[in-house]
Design a protein around this ligand. Structure first.
Ligand code: FES
Length: 94
């Protein structure tokens, strides 16, 4: 089962593959801002510090939101991330 770590908070959990990263953030009370939870608002932007190679590529909708919020390479929307392997995420410096 993959381990998901929120580096900014130092919180982590081992969860079943297929778990959404936002669900993990909720369970850990990790400080990931959110609003829509549907990949539209961009509030949940995080930087993937490791494990990004295991992630599904962003959908067209996520790509559009990432463009709209001027995301940097390596940043993804936490609410769109599905865990497949170990992952380390860091909150974006808003
Ligand atoms: S909470 Fe809105 S894009 Fe993730």
């Amino acid at each position: 089962m993959p381990r998901c770590r929120f580096a900014s908070d130092g919180r982590e959990a081992v969860v079943p593959a297929g778990t959404g990263a936002m669900s993990v953030a909720d369970a850990l009370a990790a400080s990931v801002p959110f609003s829509c939870r549907y990949g539209v608002c961009g509030a949940c932007l995080v930087t993937v510090r490791s494990g990004g190679e295991s992630l599904d590529p962003p959908s067209d909708g996520e790509r559009e939101t990432l463009r709209n919020v001027d995301a940097s390479p390596g940043q993804r929307l936490c609410c769109r991330i599905v865990l497949r392997a170990d992952l380390v995420l860091e909150n974006a410096p808003w």
